[in-house]
Ligand binder design. Structure first.
Ligand code: 2AM
Length: 179
């Protein structure tokens, strides 16, 4: 079985910038630059044959390229249970349209994507027992920071490998969007 999801990959320079923010919050488990992504649709465990069906469905996807604007720092989890730190993406109609198109393609291929509300974000770090003061300082220091917008020209099918030192995400295939 393989654990799959569909996401957008920010360009390498932007990923390097995001990964470089780790200096501002030591102690958290930062996502390596290569692994940074914006999830559009989480699929979960599938067999190799199902992965082929998914590949077929995503190959048939027709949607325009989207401009993605990152900005604003957020967290998942409450109070002492904060477990993820992320940078948000503007919830533009084009991005929402693309997310729905991907979800439809996945559903048409016979899968039931996991339904979390779509909160477009790029997870930067996983936290455990984070020091509140430091975390708030980090958020305050980066919340208004602008990042260069980018145009996502493809969606990527990723395989998630869960290892003892965190998840590693392997891009399996790119599906071009219409420019
Ligand atoms: P996260 O970054 O907010 O943790 C691979 O696990 C990717 O899929 C991650 O971006 C993760 O989001 C997302 N993901 C994991 N489980 C998910 C679920 N049940 N529903 C939606 N997205 C999920």
């Amino acid at each position: 079985m393989m654990r799959l999801f569909v996401a957008l990959a920010p360009p390498p320079e932007l990923r390097a910038t995001l990964a470089g923010m780790a200096l501002g919050l030591p102690g958290a488990r930062w996502v390596a630059a290569d692994n940074l992504h914006l999830t559009l649709c989480f699929i979960g465990e599938v067999s190799p044959a199902e992965a082929e069906d998914l590949d077929g469905a995503l190959s048939a996807l027709r949607a325009p390229a989207v401009e993605v604007r990152l900005g604003g720092i957020g967290t998942f989890g409450q109070g002492r249970r904060v477990h993820a730190l992320w940078v948000g993406a503007a919830r533009t109609p084009a991005l929402v349209h693309l997310q729905k198109a991907v979800e439809r393609a996945v559903t048409r291929a016979g899968f039931t994507p996991e339904r979390r509300k779509f909160t477009p974000h790029v997870t930067l770090a996983r936290l455990r027992g984070a020091d509140r003061g430091r975390l708030e300082g980090f958020i305050g220091g980066h919340n208004d920071r602008p990042f260069p917008a980018f145009t996502a020209e493809a969606v990527t099918l990723y395989r998630s490998h869960l290892t003892h030192d965190g998840a590693h995400y392997e891009p399996l295939a790119d599906y071009p969007l219409e420019g």
